[in-house]
Design a protein around this ligand. Sequence first.
Ligand code: C2E
Ligand code: CA
Ligand code: CA
Length: 795
Amino acid sequence: MLVLRSNRDAADIATAMFDHGIDPLDRLEQASRALNDLEKRFVDTPTALTHSGALQSDDGAALLTGLTDIVGSVRGAIGSLPDGDLTHQLDTLLYSINRLRTADGDVTHRFVKRELADIVRDVEGAINVIRRDLIAMRDLSLRERQAIDRAVLAGGASGLVIGLLLLAYLSRSISRPIRNAASALRMVGGGAMAGKGALPGDMMVDLEAAIRFVETVIENKDRSSRLQKNSSAAHLLATVERQQKRLRVALDALRKPLCLVDDKGRLTDANQEFLRLFPGLRAGTAVASWSEHPGLAAALLAGTEDEVLELEDGSSCRIRCHSNPIDNGIIAVFDELAGEESAQRELERLTLQDSLTGLPNRDAFYNALQKALHTGADPISVFVIDVVAFKNINTTLGLIAGDDLLRQVGERLRTLAGPDSITARLAGDEFGLILPGAGEAMGPERFGRGIVQDFARRPIAVAGRPLTIRLAVGVVPDIAPGGGMDARTVMRDCEIALETAKKRSTDPFCVYAPEIQKEHQRRQDMERDLREALTRSEFELHFQPFVDSKRRRVSGFEALVRWNSPTRGRVSPGVFIPIMEETGLIVSLGQFVLRDACRQAARWPEGLSLSINLSPRQFDSGNIVADVRDILAETKLDPKRLQLEVTESLFLSDADKVLDILNALRRMGITISMDDFGTGYSSLGYLSRFPFDKIKIDQSFVRDLTRRENMAIVRAVLGLGASMKLSVIAEGVETVEQMRVLESEGCEEMQGYLFSPPRPASDLAKILVEVREGFQDGRFGPSTPLDAPSAALRA
Ligand code: C2E
Ligand code: CA
Ligand code: CA
């Protein structure tokens, strides 16, 4: 019976048909052998006959058993033969045998002889018919196999094979669920296929197509059995061809994408639905070359049994591969995800994808890393990449340009990393990269430096202009999977390497090593100590005077914080302030400085100003305007006596917000001073855009005024101050010579070791006296009469 029970049956259909012929042939040959025995007995040994010609009783019994055996064999042959001329013929034969068998005692020798000869002839005839058909079927089988081989060699597909395979596969695995679905549909739709509103339209179309398909399959099966009944090989071939065409039509009508891939990884055939889903794919092409469908290629090559596949358009479907024994390849069937599952996938996709760049996000990266570390085969290197001064770009060019830049950076990183790697956007301007096969020609160090160089050499066009992007890269190289490293540790080490890289302004690249971890540990220890220092009040304010050289007196003091650590001794603010800025601890410290300095300054003589340094972080978090207002009210310090020093780095953050804050502070009567002027860039731009009252010339220019460019800068700043009606102060004045030059250039306010280093609050009265005396006794140059009496500190 030609029912396709499995793929194997289908694949060997021709052989199976051959086998179907073998059984009746065997049985008839058995019958033929029994007949020969009988013939020997009754035809070749006449002595066994009575003289009247009637059979002797032994002979009669032998004939009866012999014929009974033959009847059994012929019946068996008929049973295993399909209905047809031959079975009819054998039926007649059976009738003759039975007639002979049931003949009464008067059966004569001659009668038996004649009847046996007839029977032998008929059996032999039947055997010949079967033999002939078998040979025809074997030839057909060979032809088919050759056709398959040719098709496989040519990389194309044999429609016949596909038809049979799919018939087998589909009739087995699809027809039942579809039949069920169809009957459910019929019930819902009140027996009519077009039960409008009963099911969503798409589903209706699918079901209709499916039912049509199943009907075709069933019809083909019927045809197969009919085909078997007609044992003519030519007819068989024609039928198979027709069946193949029908299958092609049926497959294309099926709303389920299907494809076949051979053992060499080539697409041998696909239905129209598949080609609609993956346009541009052609039969005969290597799956591995489908760079535009990497997920599909991977699933097909892996022969995945059941997996959800992310499509390029963001949707997903289920792919199931079934083995295809014909060429050791696979048949892949694609299913739409059911509504709920699809929504779930979409949700997962959204939560694992960065919406800006379309790259995997931090969670997805973390998962991929975890997987690579636990189940991966190859060592990997993990990179964390930061766009240097991205904030600056974002502020200068705007958010849209910033977004565009991030997209382009992500895309370029992905291209540079290649298809075997994973590129993700971890946060803001931070990207992550998992590179397999570490330690090869393209080692992690070379690759890391390579990407830094690539970005340095090839500018990115943003908002219509080329921008050279600097990257900082931290890498944890050559991690062997299963070596006990977990994703959390790797990510932490990467961040440590990146932090170190960011500090190396000329070569912002760092490979993680244990020493780096030690340095990091030192910083962490200090951070911990600083936190404790805040709660234990280990900070103290020192004050350094501003000197009005024209009036020869102290005009005010800058508050400079000191840390008296019980374990570390006195730590320089140059060391701990950057750490506090990084960690945000500066916000609490800043509040302490503000409150304590204002509280002290409120007790100073009138006319002495207080200058306080503000960190950009204080503008980001908390409400600096409210804090200042509250502290001024609380300490009763006149806002006109307060100066706040800010640096240019402040403008790297949200410029509009900074502008609002500075304006609000100024409205309160506070003086805004730009510290370290000239050390950043585009200072002039900031000066004109933001409301400053004062500029502080950085000590680096004051230090060497014999250098012409420093002198030029000092002159320019003083000129600028005059034209913009801003006061100017020079810091870092250490010598009388420097003071003289500054004075001659028109700088009236100065600060520096020449007058006094920062000193504790208890020394302030002394400083006032020392500075007055310094002017009087000519220590700051030749003594000149005072314009105004120096202010005295009321103790
Ligand atoms: P800065 O605001 O530029 O402060 C001036 C620094 O120059 C002070 O260092 C001061 O001692 C030093 N200095 C003053 N005159 C001279 C001189 O004639 N020659 C030389 N070579 N140096 C001189 P200090 O006190 O170590 O402070 C370092 C930095 O720490 C400050 O630079 C400031 O940026 C930061 N800082 C200090 N206190 C605070 C604070 O309360 N808040 C914030 N946000 N930052 C602070
Ligand atoms: Ca300062
Ligand atoms: Ca300064």
